[in-house]
Write a protein that binds this ligand. Structure first.
Ligand SMILES: N[C@@H](CCC(=O)N[C@@H](CS)C(=O)NCC(=O)O)C(=O)O
Length: 221
């Protein structure tokens, strides 16, 4: 059975989990602690420490750079999902970069400020240390203070997505593609704490999110 090695609130893990669910693929998740990546390190033979990682029999699959989509492409092939159509080559790469950098860059902070509700107490110390080493001392307090501005910023960043949905049910086509799952994961992370909703003005995006949440893919296999 496919195993998704994950941190449950990680945006990148949420992308893969939703693809697996929508494909109705038998899989199980294995959660790793924030501060202990020894399992990932061992599985990848000391080549990777981040999540997600996918294990499928003898295959261990993980990303090769910031913008690779090795896991999603592996699942796309393995389950014959057609999530990366050739006609959108190039365009989809630009979109997932925007989602994983611009949107994720604001969304994860808005979720992280509620970490005490999502992260087990024994992991608070490695969690805060990890954030502060990357973003500076007191970053979580700072993000908490900037919450209002960050919500406005996210609404602004999501305007192009709302516009894309003006004439079709999904971002690029009349069916869901990888880019839809990708944006879904970034937004599922933003809303993971339960303290945030999608910007009220973006009504098409809200309906799109509900569709994605329940989506079952037509399997080609
Ligand atoms: N581009 C990678 C990014 C993966 C990533 O940054 N994962 C985070 C968790 S959200 C992580 O494990 N970072 C390394 C660390 O925490 O030490 C992907 O799409 O999977």
């Amino acid at each position: 059975m496919i195993e998704l090695i994950q941190i449950p609130y990680s945006p990148y893990c949420l992308v893969q989990r939703r693809i697996l669910e929508a494909a109705r693929a038998p899989f199980r998740t294995l959660n790793v602690p924030t501060g202990d990546r020894s399992l990932v390190w061992r599985l990848t033979r000391q080549r990777y420490y981040a999540v997600p990682v996918l294990r499928d029999g003898r295959a261990v699959v993980f990303e090769t750079d910031e913008d690779s989509q090795v896991i999603a492409k592996y699942l796309d092939n393995r389950l014959e999902l057609g999530l990366f159509p050739r006609e959108w080559a190039g365009v989809q790469n630009v979109l997932w970069r925007y989602f994983e950098h611009e949107i994720e860059g604001v969304g994860f902070k808005l979720n992280d400020i509620y970490y005490q509700e999502n992260v087990p107490r024994r992991e608070w110390l490695p969690f805060v240390r990890h954030k502060e080493r990357k973003f500076g001392r007191g970053c979580l307090e700072l993000w908490r203070a900037q919450q209002g501005e960050m919500l406005e910023e996210l609404a602004r960043l999501l305007v192009p997505c709302e516009q894309m949905l003006a004439s079709r049910p999904f971002l690029l086509a009349d069916r869901a593609l990888f880019v839809d799952f990708n944006l879904y994961g970034m937004l599922a992370n933003f809303m993971y704490s339960g303290h945030h909703r999608l910007p009220p003005a973006h009504t098409r995006l809200q309906r799109w999110y509900e569709r994605l949440d329940e989506l079952e893919l037509d399997l080609r296999a």
